[in-house]
Design a protein around this ligand. Structure first.
Ligand SMILES: Nc1ncnc2c1ncn2[C@@H]1O[C@H](COP(=O)(O)OP(=O)(O)OP(=O)(O)O)[C@@H](O)[C@H]1O
Ligand SMILES: Nc1ncnc2c1ncn2[C@@H]1O[C@H](COP(=O)(O)OP(=O)(O)OP(=O)(O)O)[C@@H](O)[C@H]1O
Ligand SMILES: [Mg+2]
Ligand SMILES: [Mg+2]
Lengths: 165, 168, 165, 168
């Protein structure tokens, strides 16, 4: 079980490094066991270096950089052991346009083995989705859900989505 | 294991019975501020067995019952049902053989709790056991809450283990 | 001094109620002294009810509703005693399109007596600003600031801003 | 009191001397993730007298010195200067009569701190005293940090007083 954890940890670290470099289009990131002799109890440290920047504490990273780093870490565990389902509530809020695009492209590759539900206000994220639900309160204080169909009349659908979003 | 649909009635702003069908791939949920999107996330976390009402923005589970709006009266109970496709039999335990599993959680205005698996009454522990080791238990990070994206990076190194233990 | 605090508190409460109702286009909000007999030490409670919704704990409010409520509270203190300067770092991130518009209209009225600096990724917020600075890292890891002129060639300026944002 | 400009050199990602002129009305600062926007906010909080490096995402003030990038070497010190228009004489204390006040804060790689008002060395306390009762002290909420918009609503009722005491 100790071996199994170490094996899993190294696999996650491998994917974390790859996903980070893909999302940041460069740079490097790594996971470390604080106490390698005691892997089943050890805390886990994260180092992350966006391209062109010197290594430093992850606290100094920007809001968007932290969000991307976190997503790289979570998705790296899914590459080792996919979760069947994942709900993301406005994780794209701190991302600039270019990073929203990278995030959504990564999401589409991860969505082969995981069902994703993304709550969002972002138009690009809406456009990248396979299915779209709109929630409204036509009656004040009471939520209702409508399926918005993207394949049929996409302009109208996006208009509805934009109007509700 | 695959999630088929989530049904809510009387849960927070979802007074009327509402059904969310989960598609393969990426589903986006959109709408104006305050319309109920994160309430769907709360309903899912709750039916998966979340034990802390604070994590779902309430003081206790009774806060999740639709409290009325405009002409609508407060309701007597909140109920959420999750329907799971288990045709790959990846769920461990007594329900491993079922091709489909329905998990229901209810809270009444007087505080009474009810739990059902395939309509048979059970305990909260039985619901949580279904999701143990599936990546969907409370220890996993399969539900990233609004505003909490930094939690893993801000956590102490020891607190981060849950994410790794779930995958191992 | 006790009288002065109570007077100020009631003025802030008055403006808070007004600003909340303006930002939410309805609803009501109020401040309460938990211990009215001990105003100089008392904690302060906030109740907020968006239009059409029943009163409840502010914890149950949505991400966008909490952001607007906080902004109403902060600006209500500025109505009583304007701060000379205020820096807002991505406060519009959780807001939908309609609320970003309301926020920016309110910001312009508050900007008569306060200098505001808003860090943002939002196009509408950029368009509502009087002046625009872009920050880039042409040299990796090194920030540089450029003034983007909105009155001259606004299309080009917005294009630059969009390209950097 | 009005803010005229902020100058930074060697502060976080602002290796080269950079000047931000503050306009009347609303100024927007834009740019891609990680380009340095919040670093401007940190520089302003720091020069106003923020005492907690953690609040500015560092372990200590030495973390604020430009640590190098690509071919650029680490620098020896970080310096931020805020220039204030005090022609309304709203600043209290020994500097009340100056029409313009410049506040400078420095940290060296060996940890040595330096503080200046109008180029005259002083203590951190003297800088903080300038902003006391102006709405710009650390107790006020004139700088809303990224991701911290919920802080006032999530705070305990007693913790919220600072906002009101500042206005009273
Ligand atoms: N028990 C309840 N009864 C009725 N309404 C409730 C109840 N609990 C919460 N609500 C309402 O639900 C709303 C919040 O919904 P939710 O958090 O899902 O919004 P959202 O769509 O995620 O918005 P945002 O885009 O701002 O994050 C609040 O206005 C709150 O008053
Ligand atoms: N001492 C330092 N030396 C060099 N670079 C630093 C230093 N401290 C912080 N940085 C860098 O500054 C960057 C963060 O900048 P900042 O937080 O201002 O970004 P931002 O423009 O606000 O981005 P976002 O839109 O994602 O919030 C990080 O990449 C970090 O590595
Ligand atoms: Mg929400
Ligand atoms: Mg930032």
């Amino acid at each position: 079980s100790r071996e199994r954890f170490i094996t899993t940890f190294e696999q996650i670290d491998h994917h974390f490094g790859e996903l980070f470099t893909a999302l940041f289009e460069g740079g490097q990131a790594k996971l470390h066991l604080l106490d390698p002799d005691n892997p089943l109890e050890s805390g886990i440290e994260i180092t992350a270096q966006p391209p062109g920047k010197k290594n430093g504490s992850i606290n100094l990273l920007s809001g968007g950089e932290k969000a991307l780093t976190t997503l790289a870490l979570i998705f790296s565990t899914y590459r080792v052991r996919p979760a069947p389902f994942c709900l993301l509530d406005e994780v794209d809020a701190p991302l600039d346009d270019a990073n929203v695009g990278r995030f959504n492209r990564l999401l589409r590759t991860m969505a082969i083995s995981t069902q994703f539900t993304a709550i969002t206000h972002n138009k690009s994220t809406m456009e990248a989705a396979d299915a779209l639900y709109g929630i409204t309160m036509a009656e004040p204080g009471v939520s209702s859900l409508i399926a918005v169909h993207l394949e049929e009349e996409p302009q109208l659908a996006m208009g509805e989505a934009v109007a509700v979003g | 294991m695959r999630f088929k649909r989530l049904e809510m009635v009387g849960f927070k702003s979802f007074a009327d019975r509402t059904r969310v069908d989960f598609q393969p791939g990426v589903t986006a949920i959109v709408g104006p501020n305050g319309c109920g999107k994160s309430n769907v996330s709360d309903a899912l976390r709750w039916v998966l067995g979340e034990q802390s009402a604070h994590q779902l923005r309430g003081d206790s589970a009774v806060d999740f019952i639709f409290k009325g709006a405009g002409k609508r009266k407060m309701m007597g109970l909140a109920e959420v049902t999750l329907t799971i496709d288990n045709s790959d039999h990846s769920v461990a335990g007594p329900f491993a053989d079922f091709a489909e599993i329905q998990v229901t959680r209810r809270v009444h205005r007087d505080g009474e709790r009810e739990y059902f698996i395939n309509k048979v009454p059970c305990r909260l522990k039985d619901i949580r056991d279904i999701f143990m080791d599936t990546g969907m238990s409370g220890r996993g990070v399969a539900i990233l809450q609004q505003g909490h994206i930094d939690a893993i990076l801000n956590a102490k190194p020891e607190e981060r283990r849950a994410l790794f233990d779930e995958a191992a």
